[in-house]
Design a protein around this ligand. Structure first.
Ligand code: F0G
Length: 466
């Protein structure tokens, strides 16, 4: 049977519901401009009846498709045949029981888990989605791929292009808004890098126009195949918890691809009878980039089976334009005011009885220092999940007995500027990088001690600090 008969693209708007072949490339419904999903005819697909089936694939991990943390779950994202799959070994990530950080978050020992997506080959969760988008791009014969990025999508795209040589990368970044770790990846992997005079939201608009005009394959998360790959982050969380569903998934919210993908993952598993309950979802914005928070929590915008009143969304965006309001946060990865997956995220919040919170840059950096002190570490945006979980425990929304999984989306080394400024103890450096963001103190700073190049003084310094 043809793969395209079993998988198809479908508009998420219930009043439209238009369907398209998987061999077509759309980043929005051609009829009504809403977002598209990849959907499957599950009745005619060989879906395993128990999730343990996937775990057993580990014994065949010499096969790249069993080794990949994305394609081990191929039966749950069966939009392409095995021979078309592109993998570079993504998804070898880790769920760590974080007892060292549990007291900071306020939950009982054994109840906090950190999902380290920074362990992916390009250092962020993006590789999960990129391997899926690349698989689709290859199947339709694309030669060039583009994205707008706050840094990680571009690093991932550039890496997949460099490793596979299947396509050329064209990336759009805003000016002065990208962490050096990420920029250095895109440059070194050889991507054509276009830095536009604007921010991420501007770059996102432009890349869609350029991709359409030049016929370039777009890999931002408006591409529904990307999100199919990102579903697997949740499969691996479940796998690590021996298929027990946690009480909470807490994730930073930027362009809202992850939260959307997670909602779809759980909804599908539930419909397929592979899990018996859904976790709750918490999406955490930075205060300086809080569109989802404003819409969901403040204005009460809801999915309501696709019929929710979206007039508040248009009003919010009009206000941002009128007041020339730009997103601004130290967590540059989520410095986004116009999240492209907003409607899918509202759907996910509905599916998973979700909540949205915003956290300050101060809270983000303090949480990041705590995560780092617990080992492995993360970039600022990722720590929003931990800061958000802490806030929700303080509010009494998360119970200290509940099992909480915070997704750490990007590696600690992606953005060392903020980390060094936080720990430096140099007031000038601190103020330059962090002061303008409202960060006033480094509660968990680990300062380097300056000593003269004299053995006895070095020894004395070590003894007095240990
Ligand atoms: N965390 C990190 C480290 C990210 O790079 C991003 C998004 C997010 C969280 C937000 O995830 O968009 O699924 O809500 N980075 C994109 C990029 C926008 O271009 O790299 P989301």
């Amino acid at each position: 049977m043809l793969q395209s008969e079993l998988a198809f693209q479908k508009c998420i708007a219930p009043d439209c519901g238009a369907t398209f072949d998987v061999q077509e490339m759309h980043v929005a419904c051609p009829r009504c401009h809403d977002l598209l999903d990849v959907q499957y005819d599950w009745n005619r697909l060989p879906v395993p009846d128990r999730l343990e089936y996937f775990e057993r694939k580990w014994s065949r991990r010499h096969d790249p498709l069993c080794h990949s943390g994305v394609w081990r779950f191929h039966e749950l994202l069966p939009f392409a045949p095995a021979e078309q799959i592109v993998t570079v070994g993504e998804g070898q990530t880790l769920l760590q029981q974080a007892d060292g950080i549990a007291p900071y978050v306020g939950v009982q020992p054994g109840r906090l888990h950190l999902q380290y997506e920074g362990l992916n080959p390009s250092g962020s969760f993006k590789d999960n989605g990129m391997s899926a988008a690349f698989t689709h791009a290859r199947s339709i014969g694309a030669k060039r791929a583009a994205c707008a990025s706050t840094g990680n999508t571009s690093a991932s795209l550039a890496m997949y292009c460099a490793v596979t040589r299947l396509m050329k990368a064209v990336i759009f970044i805003g000016s002065g808004k990208i962490a050096y770790g990420k920029l250095s990846q895109a440059l070194e992997y050889g991507a054509l890098t276009v830095q536009i005079a604007g921010d991420f939201d501007d770059a996102m608009v432009r890349v869609q126009q350029v991709a359409r005009d030049l016929g370039i394959y777009l890999v931002n998360s408006v591409n529904p195949f990307r999100l199919e790959g990102q579903k697997t982050i949740m499969y691996r969380v479940l796998e690590s918890l021996r298929w027990q569903v946690p009480d909470w998934i807490v994730v930073p919210g930027g362009n809202l691809g992850n939260s959307s993908a997670f909602g779809k993952a759980f909804s599908e598993l539930h419909c397929l009878g592979l899990i018996d309950r859904l976790p709750r979802l918490a999406v955490i914005n930075a205060c300086g980039a809080d569109t989802l928070y404003q819409l969901h929590q403040v204005r009460g915008v809801r999915w309501r089976n696709g019929h929710g009143d979206m007039s508040g969304v248009a009003e919010h965006y009009e206000r941002l334009t009128r007041e020339h309001k730009k997103a601004s946060t130290i967590a540059s990865a989520i410095e986004i005011n116009r999240p492209v997956n907003l409607r899918k995220c509202l759907r996910a919040l509905d599916t998973c009885d979700g909540v949205v919170r915003q956290v300050s840059d101060q809270d983000i950096l303090d949480a990041k220092a705590q995560v780092g002190a617990g080992g492995i570490g993360c970039e600022p945006a990722s720590a929003a999940s931990v800061a958000g979980a802490r806030l929700l425990v303080r509010e009494g929304v998360i119970d200290p007995e509940q099992r909480v999984v915070c997704v750490l989306t990007g590696h600690q080394l992606k953005d060392p500027t903020a980390t060094v400024a936080y720990h430096s103890g140099d007031p000038q450096k601190f103020n330059e990088v962090l002061g303008s963001r409202g960060v006033q103190h480094a509660s968990f700073a680990n300062r380097a001690i300056a000593v003269p190049n004299e053995l006895d003084q070095i020894i004395q310094a070590i003894e007095s600090h240990s």
